[in-house]
Design a protein around this ligand. Structure first.
Ligand code: PLP
Length: 399
């Protein structure tokens, strides 16, 4: 009879997509839901980017491109990397339908059954799930709040084996906001020097969102001697509020970039031609939206941190980057709701807040560390303030 592949039966639906569906359902039923689940900027795409997309349409740029991308975008990507201290030639880059397609393709191109991928937790859920799809094993390294959610060289060393094919580093981090310093990154590099079969996937998609004067450093900049083992992942989704354009890019050793491009020829053929033209405008045009939006996010972050600070039973560290707060709900576990139920897990807490406070969040199991809720501040100050007040009231109703 007809069946799914063994691999697909292991695939869990994305928890953030599940949250989006649940919010949509509640809204259809007439509930007003305050959502702190958003994983994308709420700011408009810059007008010059929109104009470039419209112009591309009128100019007839509506056909397949080379899998390697249009020449102007390849140049723009290399120039953008160079501004960040990374020298990649055009043969060393690949572009795709979002950073996610590059992450997927990089794992597809390199993993076999039995291979291991070290993923520090809390993590963005897609890494372990994609690794799993290619029959490899995600090796999760817990980075507890007591260690600031930070990976340490000792914890990294303990996780590496001669089957490790990748270490995934995501700085600024989704969901914790950790931003690794150059010193921390080179300490990881020193450990990896002893594991020559291990590649590093450095997901830098939140590079432009850093707060309190923290400095963003690329893994490959901190570890020039590992240059031929680092795949730097980036894209225009978050930086330029272009999530729907689906345009990401990667830089790394030529053999790996070529393998990814090759795979993409059998997948989507190439990135969307209109998005490629829009991305050229984003990367080479007026950059002022980056600083303006960063300042907005920092203000929202401060509002969210102080709001959470006033909720009995919740605590959080101030994220140094990205646009999420990973808040502990340890103080609410074991509490009884007015309906007489006991909150046993962070997922119970998330459901309680959704039901009672009409505030949507994503619980820790999506990120591999409990008991926490991820709260996004990619939303207005008004939503943040109302959500915090509603959460505080619901928490105060607990016994
Ligand atoms: N990497 C991280 C850490 C993310 O949080 C996301 C999106 O949520 C992505 C990559 C995917 O970005 P893109 O829209 O470029 O596929």
């Amino acid at each position: 009879s007809v069946k799914l592949s063994e691999r697909l039966t292991r695939l869990r639906p994305s928890p953030s997509m599940a949250a989006i569906d649940e919010i949509a359902r509640l809204r259809r039923e007439g509930h007003e839901i305050l959502s702190l689940t958003v994983g994308e900027p709420d700011f408009p795409t810059p007008p010059h980017v929109i104009e470039a997309a419209v112009k591309a349409l009128h100019d007839g740029e509506t056909r397949y491109t080379s899998a390697a991308g249009i020449p102007a975008l390849k140049r723009a990507i290399c120039d953008t990397f160079r501004k960040g201290g990374l020298t990649y030639s055009e043969g060393e880059i690949a572009l795709g339908a979002g950073a996610k397609q590059l992450i997927f393709s990089a794992f597809a191109a390199t993993l076999d059954a039995g291979d291991e991928v070290v993923v520090p937790a809390p993590y963005w859920v897609s890494y372990p799930d994609i690794v799993d799809l290619f029959d490899a094993r995600p090796v999760i390294v817990r980075c507890p709040a007591a260690a600031g959610f930070r990976l340490t060289p000792a914890a990294l060393e303990a996780a590496l084996t001669d089957r490790t094919r990748w270490l995934v580093i995501n700085s600024p981090n989704n969901p914790t906001g950790v931003v690794y310093s150059a010193e921390e990154l080179s300490a990881f590099g020193a450990v990896l020097a002893r594991y020559p079969k291990c590649l590093v996937m450095s997901d830098e998609i939140y590079e432009h969102f850093v707060y309190d004067g923290h400095q963003f450093t690329s893994f490959a900049v901190a570890n020039p001697e590992l240059e031929d083992r680092v795949l730097t992942i980036n894209g225009v989704s978050k930086a330029y509020a272009m999530t729907g354009f689906r345009l990401g890019y990667a830089g790394g050793p030529a053999w790996l970039a070529a393998a990814i491009r090759n795979l993409i020829t059998q997948d989507t053929s190439c990135a969307n031609s209109i998005s490629q033209h829009a991305a050229v405008a984003a990367l080479t045009g007026d950059q002022s939206s980056l600083a303006i939006n960063r300042a907005q996010y920092e203000g929202r972050r401060d509002r969210l941190i102080s709001g959470i600070g006033a909720v009995p039973g919740m605590r959080c560290l101030a994220p140094e980057g990205a646009f999420y707060v990973y808040a502990s709900v340890a103080g609410l576990i074991g509490a009884r709701t007015p309906a007489g139920e006991t909150l046993q897990t962070d997922s119970d807490v998330a459901s309680y807040f959704l039901r009672e406070a009409k505030v949507a969040t994503i619980a820790g199991p999506a990120y591999g560390l409990s008991p926490y809720l991820r709260l996004s501040f990619a939303t207005t100050v008004e939503v943040i303030d109302r959500a915090c007040a509603a959460i505080a009231a619901a928490a105060a109703d607990l016994d």
